[in-house]
Design a protein around this ligand. Structure first.
Ligand code: DSN
Length: 422
């Protein structure tokens, strides 16, 4: 593998080109289990690196503040139409730069500083932008937070309802970043209706599963759907806001001119391609395979004696609670990395440890499924994880190196989309 895949970059800036080439090798040779990551196709990569990069186009198709938008308008309109068809929604804005700005635009559209907003607590599996204290959303707004039950690890919808009725928040967010179970959008909708709140489904993690029919859709239940485009949806790093027609103006105005300037047109093009790919029958198979792999991996990990938050998974994500293994999440994650298995350390609900050194490890199956690994490989993946955690406990670097060699071997047999062959 060499940097000659990018000859102009290599000629102009060999140092930077060498970093990119090294990243290509790393992504090709490792088992990537971070549930918010994926491999985009070569087509998405190409679309994201086009001359659309050269354009400014503040405004929306047909209503721009710059001339020369003949082609840009068509690109953005195509992305919007594809998203509307795929997710069954009235209105889509494809301009948010990423998930956090998309969520901030929702606040701008519906709330005023100081208003009460409600979301899942970050350590319980929520997201920073759902009103958590260290985020602007938690300091400019009054965040009240719900969590999961200690005995089941599942969202306690009665407690969510009690909190919503007591606080009457302007906004309620459902969804998060470490939720291994199906979100009951209908239950949240009923609660939001009773509380008089705008309901926002942040489906960043599961958008691809929804598109592929492997997770229920929030489209009929919520006011706004917020999503990134680069996780299970397998597009470039960007975001979309989707809503019913009645909220279209408020959302568009909040994104531009409320929060952002010119959209990143090269990203919009990549999103359009990813949406086209996600509308194909093969993506339905992909989404279901992601879930099947996650369930098979969870079952294999349970057999190896791991504790999983909520006892398993319904989606693409597994949260391993390492409390019983006496290896904290960070030490395990770093050892797994040395073994060629890339994960992130994560808090578990009611974690006695601090977020920068928590008790859990978060894993997921979107990337390995994109490479074609199937349920038959999941016992081997669980075995590697188990051996690496044991090796971490013993400080056995040789064992980690041996796992890394096995991982590299298997990955060579499953080329990654968008990457050169190792
Ligand atoms: N950083 C993303 C994740 O890893 O889940 C959420 O924003």
């Amino acid at each position: 593998m060499s940097a000659s895949r990018h000859p102009a970059l290599l000629a102009t800036d060999p140092e930077l080109a060498s970093f990119v080439a090294a990243e290509e090798v790393l992504q090709a040779q490792t088992l990537r289990l971070i549930p918010s990551e994926n491999y985009v196709s070569a087509a998405v990569l190409e679309a994201s690196g086009t001359v659309l990069q050269n354009k400014y186009s503040e405004g929306y198709p047909g209503r721009r503040y710059y001339e020369g938008q003949q082609n840009i308008d068509r690109v953005e309109a195509l992305a919007v139409e594809r998203a509307k068809g795929l997710f069954g929604v009235d209105h889509v804005n494809v301009q948010p730069y990423s998930g956090s700005p998309a969520n901030l635009a929702v606040y701008l559209a519906f709330a005023k500083p100081g208003d009460t907003v409600m979301g899942m607590a970050l350590p319980m599996g929520g997201h920073l932008t759902h009103g958590w204290g260290v985020s602007a959303t938690g300091s400019w707004f009054r965040g009240v937070q719900y969590g999961v039950r200690a005995d089941t690890g599942l969202i306690d919808y009665d407690a969510v309802r009690d909190l919503a009725l007591a606080e009457r928040p302007k906004l309620i967010f459902c969804g998060g970043t470490a939720l291994p179970r199906t979100i009951d959008f209908a239950a949240f909708a009923e609660i939001a209706r009773e509380a008089g709140s705008i309901l926002v489904a942040d489906v960043a993690h599961i958008a691809g599963l929804i598109a592929g029919g492997a997770h229920p859709s929030p489209a009929d239940h919520v006011d706004v759907i917020s999503t990134t485009t680069h996780k299970t949806l397998r597009g470039p790093r960007g975001a979309m806001l989707m809503c019913r027609e009645e909220h279209a103006k408020a959302i568009d105005k909040a994104v531009f001119p409320g929060l952002q300037g010119g959209p990143h047109n090269q990203t919009t093009a990549g999103i359009a391609v990813a949406l086209h790919e996600a509308a194909q029958p093969s993506f339905v198979s992909y989404a279901h395979a992601v879930v099947a792999n996650a369930k098979a991996l969870a079952a294999a990990l349970l057999q190896k004696g791991f504790d999983l938050v909520s006892g398993g998974t319904d989606n693409h994500l597994i949260l391993i609670d390492l409390t019983g293994k006496d290896v904290p999440g960070k030490i395990a994650a770093k050892a797994l990395d040395r073994a060629g298995i890339v994960v992130n350390y994560n808090t578990v609900p009611f974690d006695p440890r601090k977020p920068f050194d928590p008790s859990g490890v978060r894993i997921g199956t979107p990337s390995l499924t994109s490479r074609g690994l199937s349920t038959e490989h999941m016992p081997l993946v669980a075995d590697w994880i188990s051996r690496a955690v044991d090796a971490a406990a013993k400080g056995d670097e040789q064992a980690l190196a041996a796992i890394r060699a096995e991982v590299t071997d298997l990955m060579a047999a499953f080329p990654a989309p968008g990457l050169p062959l190792a």
